[in-house]
Design a protein around this ligand. Structure first.
Ligand SMILES: Nc1nc2c(ncn2[C@@H]2O[C@H](COP(=O)(O)OP(=O)(O)OP(=O)(O)O)[C@@H](O)[C@H]2O)c(=O)[nH]1
Ligand SMILES: [Mg+2]
Length: 364
């Protein structure tokens, strides 16, 4: 699965701080291989306590988590859609990701310049959204011109496409983002070729200072309200603190988190939220050589899930043995699960559930 989430926002809001903390944290914890594709592009492990729970009952040589691709995109400024501040290049990077983490500055720090001069999340969010919408508007306008020609010749498919493109164009010219008007799966499919920036799912990340963690400040409240109105998620994080936590060795980190009263780093929560925003879920395989989390799109059927391990597994799929973590924790071993009839045998049409523990049977 190669789906990526892009970290966007105004300059100096803490995007790179969060990205770097994520890459450091992952690289250090349990030696997960952190892979830097380039300085702004990384693969981070998705923290999942279920792997440890499985490993407590099924000892193994190696534990492998699920991974997520993240892109640290340079700050957008007003006028980016018109080419300001390397605008088009940055917008191009957003085009390539499948979901967006929109970092909003909610910390006060006179030493860190705010491009707009003050803390004002509503204004900041609207600057970014406006630039993305303007870029989308010119994309869809070009699309309309292109499709109009074909539609005139009476091509049925083009006529439907034109209608949807125009609906998008109308919304954007009224300042409404694409994700708010295009929710029907058939329409989502039709506009896919345009790679519209405001069609991507978004998660707001309110970046606060250390003392903003216990109670929401006004800026955070504002971000939460905007997110709620849009039906989007919102996560509060202290980028600076997270980058300090990420630098610590495993034991020190746990001690530090406990002292702060946190169960886990905020970044763990953020990573899981991004994973889910991308429409991703996890199933597990467990055995002596490896306990591993595998990434599938929500609603994935058993053969396709098998194909994530190897294409041969999908081609030669026969059946899958499936059990749940809860049952494993009740019965303690695969032998006991089998004796109790708790291992189901599922066929080609089985829709894999998040958290399933699976074993595939296949022909080669
Ligand atoms: N006080 C405080 N400073 C922060 C926090 N997060 C980031 N900063 C500081 O803000 C400055 C900018 O942070 P970056 O992470 O580089 O910001 P960015 O969003 O990547 O900026 P661009 O790449 O220029 O768009 C750095 O000096 C950070 O140390 C925070 O939570 N609190
Ligand atoms: Mg940066």
């Amino acid at each position: 699965m190669s789906l990526a989430a892009g970290i966007i926002g105004l300059p100096n809001v803490g995007k790179s701080t969060i990205f770097n903390a994520l890459s450091n944290g992952t690289a250090q914890s349990a030696n997960y291989p952190f892979c830097t594709i380039d300085p702004n592009h990384g693969i981070v492990a998705v923290p999942d306590e279920r792997l440890a729970r499985i490993t407590a009952l099924i000892p193994t040589d190696k534990v492998v988590p699920a991974f997520l691709e993240l892109v640290d995109i340079a700050g957008l400024v007003k006028g980016a859609s018109k080419g300001e501040g390397l605008g088009n290049q940055f917008l191009g990077h957003i085009k390539d990701v499948n979901a967006v983490l929109h970092v909003v500055r909610c910390f006060n720090d006179d030493d860190i310049v705010h491009v707009e001069g003050s803390i004002d999340p509503a204004r900041d969010i609207s600057i970014i959204e406006t630039e993305l919408m303007l870029a989308d508007l010119s994309t869809v306008e070009r699309g309309v011109t292109r499709v109009e020609k074909v539609a005139k010749s009476g091509d049925k498919e083009a006529i439907i496409k034109l209608e949807v493109f125009k609906k998008v164009q109308d919304a954007l010219s009224q300042g409404i983002s694409v994700r708010k008007v295009i929710t029907d799966p058939a329409e989502i499919k039709i506009i896919h070729e345009l790679h519209l920036l405001t069609s991507k799912p978004v998660l707001y990340v309110a970046n606060v200072d250390e003392n903003g963690m216990t109670e929401d400040n006004d800026a955070v409240k504002k971000v939460r309200k905007i997110a709620e109105e849009e039906g989007a998620g919102c996560i509060k994080i202290c980028g600076k603190l997270e980058s300090e936590i990420a630098m610590l060795a495993e034991e020190e980190r746990i001690a530090f988190l406990t002292e702060l009263g946190y169960e886990e780093p905020g970044l763990a929560v953020l990573t899981r939220a991004a994973y889910s925003l991308l429409g991703l879920e996890t199933y597990f395989t467990a055995g002596k050589t490896e306990n591993r989390a595998w990434t599938i799109p929500k609603g994935c059927k058993a053969p396709q899930a098998a194909g994530v391990i190897h294409s041969d597994f999908e081609k030669g799929f026969i059946r899958a043995d499936v059990y749940t973590l809860n049952d494993l924790e009740t019965y303690k071993s695969e032998v006991a699960l089998r004796a109790a009839g708790k291992i189901r045998s599922e066929g080609r049409d089985y829709v894999v559930q998040d958290g399933d523990i699976m074993f595939f049977k296949f022909n080669v």
